[in-house]
Design a protein around this ligand. Structure first.
Ligand code: G3P
Length: 218
C-alpha cells in the first residue's frame, strides 16, 4: 500500500520524506489555507521537488470550464501533479475531458459507493473516499472503502482507491487489511505509525544493559 502525507506544510513533508516511507502527497484548499501568505503554485512546485511521487492539488472552481482551466494550469506545474476534482456532475464531466488530455484526476469528497462508480466510469485516476468524516457522523467509512474495492474489482476498473480523512493509526492498518491502494495521513499519524511503548522500553533496556558493559562498537 502506498502511504501519502496529507498536508501542504513543507517542513512536515520534508521530515516525513526523509524517513523514506512517503510515496506521495495530497493537499486540499483547507490545508493550503493554513500555509498563510504562500503562493499555491509555488507550494505545489516545492512539494514536487521534495517528493518523487503523485502530488494532488485541488481546483477551487465549481463549474466545468473553470475546473478545466484550473486543472490545466495545475497540471503544468509538474509532471507528478494529480489534479483534485470534487465529486459533482461538472467535476466528473471535467475528469472525463481531462483524462482524454492525459491529465490525471483524483476525485475528492467521495462519500458513497455509487459516487465512486461514477468517478471510475468518468476515468478518474484516483478516488478519495473520506473515511474519517463518515466515522465522525456515525457511519462506517471503512465499509465504504471495502464496497468500492469490490465494485472496482467486479468491473476491472483501474482507478486507485485512496483511503482519505485518516484520523488514527488503526485507520492505516484497516486500509492495508482491506487492500486500499493508498492511505493519505496527517503528519501526526505517520509519526504515530512508528510508535509502540514496548519498542521504547525495550530499546531503553538494551542501552542500559550495554552501558554497564563499558564497550564501544568501533
Ligand atoms: O485531503 C482529503 C482528506 O484526507 C481530508 O481529511 O481530516 O479534513 O477529514 P480531513
Amino acid at each position: 500500500m502506498e502511504i501519502f502525507i496529507d498536508t501542504a506544510n513543507i517542513d512536515e513533508i520534508r521530515k516525513a520524506n526523509d524517513w523514506g516511507v512517503i510515496d506521495g502527497v495530497t493537499t486540499n484548499p483547507s490545508l493550503v489555507a493554513k500555509e498563510k501568505g504562500k503562493d499555491f503554485k509555488t507550494i505545489v512546485k516545492e512539494i514536487c521537488e521534495i517528493v518523487h511521487g503523485d502530488v494532488s492539488a485541488e481546483v477551487v472552481a465549481t463549474d466545468y470550464e473553470g475546473m478545466l482551466h484550473e486543472a490545466r494550469v495545475l497540471a503544468k506545474v509538474h509532471k507528478n501533479v494529480v489534479v483534485k476534482i470534487p465529486l459533482t456532475p461538472d467535476g466528473l464531466k471535467a475528469v472525463k475531458a481531462l483524462a482524454k488530455e492525459g491529465v490525471r484526476a483524483n476525485v475528492t469528497l467521495c462519500f458513497s459507493a455509487n459516487q465512486a462508480l461514477l468517478a471510475a466510469k468518468a476515468g478518474a485516476y484516483i478516488i478519495s473516499p473520506f473515511v474519517g468524516r463518515l466515522d465522525d457522523i456515525g457511519q462506517d467509512g471503512v465499509q465504504l472503502v471495502e464496497e468500492i474495492l469490490q465494485i472496482y474489482d467486479n468491473y476491472e476498473f483501474k482507478t486507485k482507491v485512496l483511503f482519505a480523512s485518516v484520523r488514527h493509526p488503526d485507520h492505516v492498518k484497516q486500509a492495508a487489511l482491506i487492500g486500499a491502494d493508498i492511505a493519505t495521513c496527517p503528519f501526526k499519524v505517520i509519526e504515530q505509525l512508528y510508535r509502540h511503548p514496548m519498542s521504547d522500553s525495550g530499546l531503553k533496556q538494551f542501552l542500559d544493559d550495554w552501558a554497564k558493559l563499558g564497550q564501544q562498537i568501533k
